[in-house]
Design a binder for this molecule. Structure first.
Ligand SMILES: Cc1cc2nc3c(=O)[nH]c(=O)nc-3n(C[C@H](O)[C@H](O)[C@H](O)COP(=O)(O)OP(=O)(O)OC[C@H]3O[C@@H](n4cnc5c(N)ncnc54)[C@H](O)[C@@H]3O)c2cc1C
Ligand code: SF4
Length: 623
């Protein structure tokens, strides 16, 4: 690849990150990003004039043929020791630990981390209240120079909401945040990326891994990044660059919840065979800056009840940290049956409750983000190891739903995988694909599995007593938290995946969500603009619908559920009298905030989320 510039610290180095290999054309795109971001974040007027541009998704044979031609072109391949897909807490935790342990053993292990965001942290979404267990172990002196805005938790409250009112409820011991810290996951990720780079981890932001590569014996050979500069017809643009292949004896999949490559290896190696279906929640959040008189630094608050109905699992959160920042969000379990529910509209409505309103009033909403999170817990953990690869972090699903925390478990899983890799490099033949069984065995004996086992019944208890709805789950969870502590002989099960739970619209009435007031609640275009998301318009759609012909039936059955589950207004049914239902399914892929909900909740399971061009997507800095 002639136009690749190999430089560390050379002229292509961005202010914060060194891109070891980067094409000149791609680097110029990266330098343009801060300008784009500034436009999205500063004046309100500009945010509100931003419009969706409706691009109809055309999955033509012509496109497929052109893409096949491109895929047949040769691409540069790089041999590395460890390839990690995803620079989140899991991927960076693994990378740092490999370098630390390799240094102790006097070994040189080349570790690369591929990240689809333009900068590490740009696609990170979390609460984030961090339990520092894994961080303390990985970087024992981290508190000497902590991530920006890191704030010790000062108090914990829990409220039950009804319209216009709130009632205090006790904070169950399992949720207690004593000794924890409120941060922005985007900032923590950025901080971890710096630590990784100090240890000579090669970090490649804007490199979206789009394909798993296999050896002839079926083991994983590595991954390839997607091609850059391909137009929506699958033709090469002026800035075309073929993706790169990275070959390694071991590839760690650290893509977070519902990772696109993780999904494909789970299917290929049948990794979910002996576990229950994974279930998910969708978390939607905003970061506000509020006036001094409203701000209580270090306060953690959780809510149950309103605005969610009794058949919808979820709860709100409000974390106050740093420089008068407030992270406010709602997590909605994606196993809700009512297709008229819109998690994003529920979130906008939630902020009208005085409990949230009194903190946010007079403040400014700075950022918006949405991301799915694993809720299946212990029962849904897939097999983690396969020849040449392993799943770490939320790619596998280690969120402790009772605590709404997965950062410490994600990071720890990466560290345990790292130890197994270094051990293999010390003792084994690393010229062939590695199967790091020690990772799975050791993780089962770590706090990660113990913690998840102890809370295994809490989330599925919300379905265990269907006649009681959410109240059954709340009572069971309270008993489990105070009395049983998970030491019971039974394990509740997650019977179905989230898509299969969606019921017919004929069983429900449409929900009339209130119009945004532009003070506390906002419309979707405004929210999307605040995520800073950008996708090059003229590229193949990264939301691949394998069942376009069934969308007419889907509309009859679910009355446009796709429009409501997406928190970014990507899916629409627009009027079209030529079609039997009078509605045409449209995908506005450029608005996608990479939450992965469509891949999970589409009742047809036809939508396949694929990585768009590297560097595209949200530009979050505080979420
Ligand atoms: C709303 C919400 C609130 C939460 N609150 C908390 C909390 O308070 N405390 C807590 O501990 N946890 C919380 N969690 C869970 C926590 O955020 C996750 O458990 C944690 O981020 C998992 O880390 P990870 O590294 O596995 O994945 P992620 O943090 O999701 O990182 C994955 C990275 O991989 C990148 N990536 C994905 N696919 C590719 C690809 N193909 N190529 C290149 N790069 C790729 C992504 O861009 C991302 O940077 C919350 C989650 C949500 C959504
Ligand atoms: S298109 Fe899918 S991944 Fe993108 S924002 Fe909508 S639901 Fe999330």
């Amino acid at each position: 690849m002639s136009n690749v510039v190999r430089t560390l610290g050379g002229p292509l180095k961005t202010p914060r990150y060194a891109f070891c290999k980067l094409s000149l054309k791609r680097s110029s795109l990266l330098f343009a990003l801060p300008k784009i971001k500034a436009q999205c974040f500063t004046p309100m007027k500009r945010i509100q004039v931003r419009r969706f541009s409706h691009s109809r998704f055309v999955q033509s044979n012509e496109l497929m043929d052109n893409l096949k031609k491109i895929q047949s072109l040769e691409r540069e391949a790089e041999d590395v020791d460890v390839c990690i897909v995803g620079a989140g807490p899991a991927g960076l935790g693994a990378a740092i630990r490999i370098k630390q342990e390799a240094a102790k053993a006097g070994k040189e292990i080349r570790v690369i981390v591929l990240e689809k965001a333009a900068e590490p942290g740009n696609h990170s979404v979390s609460g984030a209240v961090i339990q520092p267990t894994a961080l303390d172990e990985l970087i024992p002196d981290w508190k000497n120079e902590p991530p920006r805005h890191c704030t010790p938790v000062s108090s914990d409250t829990m409220k039950f909401l009804i319209p216009g009112m709130q009632f205090p409820i006790p904070v169950p011991p399992v949720i207690s945040n004593k000794g924890n810290y409120i941060m922005s996951l985007a900032e923590l990720t950025k901080w971890l990326a710096t630590k990784a780079e100090e240890l000579d981890v090669e970090l490649y932001p804007s490199f979206a891994a789009s394909e798993v590569l296999y050896n002839e014996d079926g083991s994983v050979r590595g991954v390839a990044t997607n091609d850059f500069g391909v137009d929506s017809k699958g033709l090469q643009k002026d800035n075309f660059e073929r993706g790169m292949a990275f070959h390694a004896p071991i590839t760690l999949f650290a893509e977070g919840a519902r990772g696109s490559l993780s999904k494909s290896v789970i299917q290929r190696f049948d990794l979910q065979k002996n576990s229950e279906p994974q279930t998910y929640g969708l978390g939607i959040k905003e970061v506000w800056r509020v006036p001094d008189e409203n701000f209580r630094n270090g306060e953690v608050a959780h809510t149950l009840g309103w605005p969610l109905r009794n058949d919808t699992y979820g709860g709100g959160f409000m974390y106050q940290f740093g420089d008068n920042y407030v992270s406010v969000g709602l997590v909605v379990g994606l196993d809700y049956p009512n297709p008229y529910v819109s998690p994003a509209a529920e979130f906008q409505r939630m902020k009208q409750n005085p409990f949230f309103a009194k903190v946010l009033k007079g403040g400014t909403c700075l950022e918006y983000a949405a991301r799915s999170l694993n809720e299946g817990g212990y029962q849904s953990i897939p097999k983690l190891v396969f020849p040449g690869g392993a799943l770490i972090g939320c790619s596998a699903g280690f969120v402790n739903v009772a605590k709404i925390k997965g950062t410490h478990t994600a990071m720890k899983s990466g560290m345990v995988a790292a130890d197994a890799i270094v051990e293999a490099f010390n003792t084994g033949d690393v010229n062939k694909p590695l199967t790091i069984d020690a990772y799975e065995e050791n993780l089962k004996n770590s706090f990660v599995f113990k913690e998840l086992y102890s809370v295994r019944n809490m989330r599925p208890s919300f379905h265990a007593f269907p006649f009681l709805g959410n109240y059954g789950g709340m009572v069971y969870s309270a008993l489990d938290s105070y009395l049983f502590k998970g030491k019971v002989p039974w394990t509740f099960s997650h019977k179905k995946g989230d898509a299969a739970v969606t019921a017919s619209a004929s069983s429900y009435k449409p929900i009339n969500y209130p119009k945004p007031d532009n003070v506390l609640s906002f419309d979707t275009p405004t929210s999307v603009a605040r995520s800073g998301t950008m996708h090059a318009e003229n590229q193949p759609c990264h939301l691949f619908d394998s069942r376009p012909n069934d969308r007419q039936d889907a509309y009859r059955m679910y009355k446009g559920v796709e429009n409501r589950f997406c928190p970014a207004g990507v899916y629409e049914y627009v009027d079209d009298e030529t079609l039997p239902t009078g509605k045409r399914f449209v995908i506005n892929s450029q608005n996608c905030v990479h939450c992965k909900t469509c891949d999970i909740k589409d009742p047809l399971q036809g939508i396949n989320w694929k990585t768009p061009q590297g560097g595209d997507g949200p530009k979050q800095t505080l979420t």
